[in-house]
Design a binder for this molecule. Structure first.
Ligand SMILES: [Zn+2]
Length: 491
């Protein structure tokens, strides 16, 4: 009778990595019947005093379970999983921006320069409904007070609805970027300046390795599962693309997403695009560097994302004069000068023709037509207000559904009676500051009560006259300024 053990230590001097100390001092077990190793957790580390790891298959039920199985008996015994101490199994958990903080951005569109430009100042203003729709789709918002008031917010919401970053963009009246920031940085600055401790979530958020770790518009991928994807650098371009080429509820329309900037196109960010058809529109650059960079990256990423197809559009490269290339213009700069109505139907032609790299006629410049909104209508659109949704506390930290944002179609009231009464009540209810106040870059108020008094005289005498609207606006501005002493974007 064979009394020798079936499972023995491997003979010879071969050593393996120890599952406990990760040193190459581990002797594994062999099944002498099959000549094969036992699972890698069985064996003994020969660093007896420093490590001492030893897992014996006769002691933890392994040999018995094998025997049972060989007898044809069922057993639900399972070996312990091998543990590797040093492997970075527990990556630090990513912290997201709380929904309450995000919700505070979702109003104030009447003072949002980016949005108001699209409604009134661009060459071909957009319909209110389209702007509402694009705000809802991409969760655009406003910095409503304090530092960077009137800036637009572009939240980066991932495919699971988590808010990974909120970019803050300050635009001029041509929608050119004047400054770029992040909401978390603004909130941090506010706290530091006022010697307040950072909110708990922000402490944790700052430990995230990367802040912009998903695509802008990524949350739309799970809702629009069939659309081809257009990928651009900047969120603003994705918004323009949507407004010009049409909304994604039409499954043949492009779904516009943005990576954040030229250099941040990478595999991790593109994982959410798996299985999709993706058209990339890099910005222009000197010597086509941006185009080249994205082409190379796209090839690399495509290889590692099965079933995903990247096509890099050289539309701009083909059409743009050298000067524009040096200025790094993008598709948004071209689009915004033209009438969006001409584009809604022809995206297929533009995108696909270019991608096939046909070098025939360039797309003719759309003819400027007299389709501008009349100024009256624009004036009305400019005065749209809507109520701020109450931040709901304790809701899960992700956005479930696209909420419909509505810009009310309320007409501008004929007179300012309500406004004036409200402002008078406000100024009567507070203690007016005695020191000079810097209202904005251009104006400083030396004597607050005189300023208020003279302004009220003017607005009351000229109630409803557009020419005197600036007086009313300045009173509002002062009220906002005084209110901002408690920066309400901060929890
Ligand atoms: Zn060891």
């Amino acid at each position: 009778m064979n009394t020798e053990y079936r499972y023995i230590f491997e003979k010879g001097s071969k050593k393996h990595l120890c599952p406990n100390c990760d040193k190459k001092r581990f002797v594994r077990y062999i099944d002498t019947q099959t000549g094969e190793y036992l699972p890698e957790q069985y064996g003994r580390c020969d660093r007896e005093s420093k490590c001492g790891y030893f897992l014996n298959p006769y002691k933890d039920g392994y040999t018995k379970a094998i025997w049972e199985r060989e007898q044809g008996n069922k057993t639900d015994w399972k070996p312990q999983q091998p543990k590797r101490k040093k492997k970075p199994v527990n990556k630090p958990k990513r912290t997201f921006i709380p929904v309450e903080v995000f919700n505070r951005t979702r109003a104030g569109y009447e003072q949002n320069t980016f949005i108001q430009n699209l409604l009134t100042r661009v060459a071909f203003p957009f319909e209110v409904q389209d702007i509402e729709k694009v705000i809802s789709l991409y969760h655009l918002g406003t910095v409503q007070n304090g530092y960077r008031t009137g800036s637009n917010t572009f939240p980066f919401v991932d495919i699971n609805g988590n808010i990974r970053a909120i970019q803050v963009k300050h635009f001029d009246e041509q929608n050119r970027t004047k400054a770029t920031d992040f909401l978390h940085s603004i909130i941090e600055k506010y706290h530091t300046r006022n010697n307040k401790p950072l909110p708990e979530w922000l402490e944790a958020y700052n430990k995230n390795e990367t802040k912009v770790s998903c695509l802008f518009g990524e949350h739309l991928l799970s809702k629009y599962t069939y659309n081809p994807i257009a990928l651009v650098e900047a969120p603003k371009t994705a918004i323009y693309g949507t407004l010009y080429f049409g909304f994604p509820e039409q499954p043949t329309n492009l779904l516009w997403l943005a990576v954040y900037n030229l250099s941040s196109l990478n595999l991790n960010k593109c994982k959410a695009l798996k299985g999709r058809n993706v058209y990339l529109f890099p910005d222009l650059s000197k010597d086509g560097k941006a185009f080249e960079l994205w082409s190379n990256k796209a090839t690399e990423i495509q290889k590692r994302l099965q079933g995903t197809y990247f096509h890099v559009s050289d539309l701009l490269e083909q059409l743009a004069p050298q000067q524009d290339k040096e200025q790094g213009k993008d598709i948004a700069d071209y689009l915004i000068k033209q009438d969006w109505r001409l584009y809604r139907k022809k995206q297929e032609r533009i995108v696909f023709r270019t991608l096939k790299k046909e070098t025939s006629q360039p797309e003719p410049e759309p003819v400027e037509t007299s389709t501008r909104e009349n100024s009256e209508k624009r004036e009305r659109q400019k005065k749209t207000f809507f109520s701020q949704p109450e931040p709901k506390l304790n809701e899960p930290n992700y956005i479930k559904e696209t909420e419909r944002i509505e810009l009310p179609k309320k007409e501008q009231p004929e007179n300012w009676g309500n406004d004036i009464a409200e402002l008078e009540n406000y100024f009567a209810s507070i203690e007016l500051p005695t020191q000079p106040i810097k209202l904005n870059k251009g104006s400083t108020i030396k004597n607050c009560s005189l300023f208020i008094e003279s302004h009220f005289i003017n607005v009351k005498k000229n109630d409803g006259k557009t020419r005197f609207l600036p007086y009313l606006s300045r009173l509002h501005e002062l009220k906002n300024h005084l209110n901002n002493q408690d920066f309400s974007i901060i929890p």
